[in-house]
Design a protein around this ligand. Structure first.
Ligand code: TRP
Length: 364
């Protein structure tokens, strides 16, 4: 595995986030740039980005900008890591961004072999209401399907002429036709809001999407005289690790995943088997303390479960000092997740009832 290439369609990634920052010339995320940073921004889970200052300025000076992200409607569930995209999107939504969410049905067809009908059905039955249930304001969000957005497709075709096969290969390491189509379509998505209004835009995504951001920034520069697009900014969060300690939750090792939704009994059983920073015996743990830095339960608290910073740091020190035992901490995680899952299920049900009210762009 090299760090020259990030594969947005792969499931593995180089472990070392610092190395990624260096290899790809990313900006290290500085939460002091942003007013009222959310918990993943404050805690270094959001770790890097591109052109972040422009966005911080828009927020501070109340200038127009947009936040946009895409949903890949492949599975019939998502996992808890996806919640972070919504958390960041919501942050910008609450700080003045025009908010867009597109459903990447064309990408799903071109790269995962899902039909457009299946993609639409999954998006409407689950993914879109799930994003609303996770806290997005549906009244302030504009949605569209890639397959209906002729302007995006027109851009994609034009952009296809602006990149060579070897450039594509250098970015993605692979250039199968479906991926090329999906990538130029995504560039169209990212720049689409600027067809109406030139303004900075921020794309909150997992770090696996950075190749698309680089491609978009290159292409924006190449069509500058015609369109005057402002190159998009991006903000990246780390992955939620698998409970077994590997870098990313993935379908291939379901015992390490927490899905949304998932039966809480199963979730708590998985938590019980999670990799922790605990010692072999309780006596030893009381004496030497645990290692929260290596604990997947602590990582869950940090990324998802504990809102309050003081509470999080108490968990950290209690673990280090041998006051908090793993079994109690796992029970705590199970209790918080139980409440979260119940709330999510109720909100999902509610969101599904209001799907007809969402702002889907209508194309002639
Ligand atoms: N490629 C993204 C994914 O795999 C989906 C996507 C399509 C997207 N268009 C986008 C994400 C534009 C951000 C911005 O999930």
């Amino acid at each position: 595995m090299t760090t020259n290439i990030i594969d947005p369609w792969g499931s593995e990634l180089a472990e070392d986030y610092d190395k990624i920052v260096k290899s790809f010339g990313l900006e290290v995320f500085d939460s002091s740039l942003f007013p009222e940073p959310n918990k993943i921004m404050r805690r270094g889970v959001v770790f890097s980005g591109r052109d972040l200052k422009i966005i911080a300025d828009c927020i501070k000076k109340k200038k127009p900008y947009y936040a946009l992200t895409g949903i890949m409607p492949t599975g019939d569930r998502i996992h808890i890591g996806n919640k972070m995209v919504v958390e960041n999107l919501r942050y910008f939504q609450e700080h003045g961004a025009e908010t867009y969410i597109l459903i990447a049905d064309l990408e799903a067809a071109a790269t995962r072999g899902v039909t457009l009908e299946q993609a639409r059905e999954r998006a409407m039955e689950f993914h879109v209401p799930a994003y609303v249930a996770l806290g997005l304001d549906p009244e302030k969000t504009t949605f569209y399907f890639q397959s209906e957005n002729k302007e995006v497709m027109n851009l994609a075709y034009e952009f296809a002429k602006k990149i060579t096969l070897s450039e594509f290969q250098a970015i993605y390491g692979n250039a199968d036709p479906g991926r090329i189509l999906a990538a130029v379509t995504q560039v169209g998505d990212i720049l689409f809001p600027q067809l109406k209004k030139k303004m900075p835009g921020i794309i909150p995504v997992g770090i696996d999407q950075d190749p698309h951001i680089r491609l978009t920034r290159d292409i924006a520069a190449r069509v500058k005289t015609k369109y005057g697009f402002i190159p998009p900014s991006a903000i990246y969060h780390k992955f939620t690790p698998s409970l077994d300690g590997s870098i990313k939750m993935s379908k291939s090792s379901p015992a390490g995943n927490i899905d949304l939704p998932e039966e809480i009994k199963e979730v708590c059983q998985k938590l019980k088997r999670a990799k922790t920073g605990g010692r072999d015996t309780i006596i030893e743990q009381k004496k030497t303390g645990g290692i929260p830095e290596k604990c997947m339960i602590f990582e869950m608290h940090k990324q998802h479960l504990v809102e309050d910073d003081a509470e999080l740091s108490k968990i950290f020190t209690d673990c280090k000092n041998g006051v908090l035992m793993c079994s109690d901490d796992k029970q705590k995680a199970c209790d918080i997740l139980t409440a979260f899952m119940t709330d999510f299920n109720a909100k999902l049900k509610e969101a599904k009832k209001h799907m007809h009210k969402l702002n889907f762009i209508k194309f002639k």
